[in-house]
Write a protein that binds this ligand. Structure first.
Ligand code: NAP
Length: 304
């Protein structure tokens, strides 16, 4: 199966085809495990969190990963294994208790917390709570440190998805100018580290770059551009370097439609490869959640 489909100009990177390919491989790997991996997901009662949860549940079922969303014990009304959506005003102690239960529970192999978090929840405090062997988003400080030394076994699902999309183009990153727009802990920073590991000359842009009026000049020299801001059309098509690879991570709802951060129609006239939104990074990210759950299962079973 080919993971790309051609348009008039750029080749559109088909995230759904790449995800399907990965799904086959993950399903086969799971069949070879001694037991079914189990994933615990902490979601919130917001529309985006619920859409994401449903996508995760659908894919988990298909590959053979068990995700519980019902109560497992009497003590906690929404379960210790997978929780029903938590209210947006949930207190930190509630989340802490749930994660500690999952850390202790040998039947849980992977833990995934939906982002963005409510403002009263401190992301750093939460990351440090999760048992690193079960942390399938790679947010625990131990994973960040390993990532720094290019030794991570588990990392940000979105960052890994971005790299998978780039790899599907067959272009060697070594020596290429890579520009990442956005420097969040779960997308921009881990992607930039992975690009560095691939020996791309990597520039990271952020709000300060935009405020200094210098976003365009950095984007214009990108052989590989990864955009993760969350602002529709922040990257203009005219800025794209001819024959660039453009990976659009952004998810925005405009007039009832999901769009990315890049001016897609104009950008595809200039790029060599471009990922669409929807149907680009998103489906591959969901698959990476499953892949990392399998990896976490292996880590725990190798240690026991
Ligand atoms: P985030 O935590 O809000 O980070 C956004 C980043 O953009 C920040 O680093 C911010 O810099 C930077 N930024 C803000 N305004 C900017 C500007 N005008 N110019 C340049 N940079 C600017 O968001 P995130 O979690 O990284 O997610 C980014 C987008 O990707 C969102 O749309 C999200 O929904 C989407 N997403 C998609 C997937 C997927 O699987 N497809 C997964 C995760 C996220 P400062 O911190 O300096 O303000």
């Amino acid at each position: 199966m080919t993971p790309v489909t051609s348009s008039a100009m750029a080749t559109i990177i088909d995230g759904r085809a790449i995800a399907q390919d990965l799904e086959e491989r993950i399903r086969k790997e799971i069949k070879r495990l001694s037991q079914q991996p189990r994933l615990a997901i902490l979601s919130f009662n917001t529309p985006t969190s619920q859409v994401y949860l449903n996508a995760q549940l659908r894919v988990a079922r298909r590959v053979g990963i068990e995700v519980h969303t019902e109560s497992k014990t009497e003590r906690r009304p929404v379960g210790t294994f997978g929780v029903g959506p938590l209210p947006w005003n949930v207190e930190f102690q509630e989340i802490q208790q749930t994660i500690e239960d999952w850390n202790q529970d040998p039947a849980v192999h992977g833990i995934f917390v939906h982002q963005p978090l409510p403002p009263q929840i401190d992301a750093q405090q939460l990351s440090a709570l999760i048992d690193p062997r079960k942390d399938i988003e790679g947010i625990h400080p131990q994973h960040s440190a390993r990532r720094f030394f290019a030794r991570a076994r588990i990392g940000s699902c979105t960052a890994l998805a971005v790299m998978e999309l780039i790899e599907s183009t067959g272009v060697d990153l070594r020596g290429k100018e890579a520009v990442v727009v956005g420097h969040s802990e779960i997308v921009g920073r881990p992607v930039s580290m992975l690009l560095l590991d691939a020996l791309a000359t990597t520039t990271v842009c952020h709000l300060g770059t935009a405020e200094a009026g210098r976003l365009e000049e950095h984007v214009r020299r990108a052989d590989v551009l990864v955009v993760a801001v969350g602002e529709p059309q922040i990257i203009k098509g005219a800025w794209i370097k001819a024959k660039a690879i453009v990976i659009d991570v952004g998810i925005n709802v405009v007039g009832g439609h999901v769009v990315g951060d890049v001016e897609f129609d104009a950008a595809k006239e200039r790029a060599a490869f471009i990922s669409p939104v929807p149907g680009g990074v998103g489906p591959v990210t969901v698959m990476m959640v499953m892949k990392n759950t399998v990896e976490a299962f292996r880590l725990q079973h190798a240690a026991s």
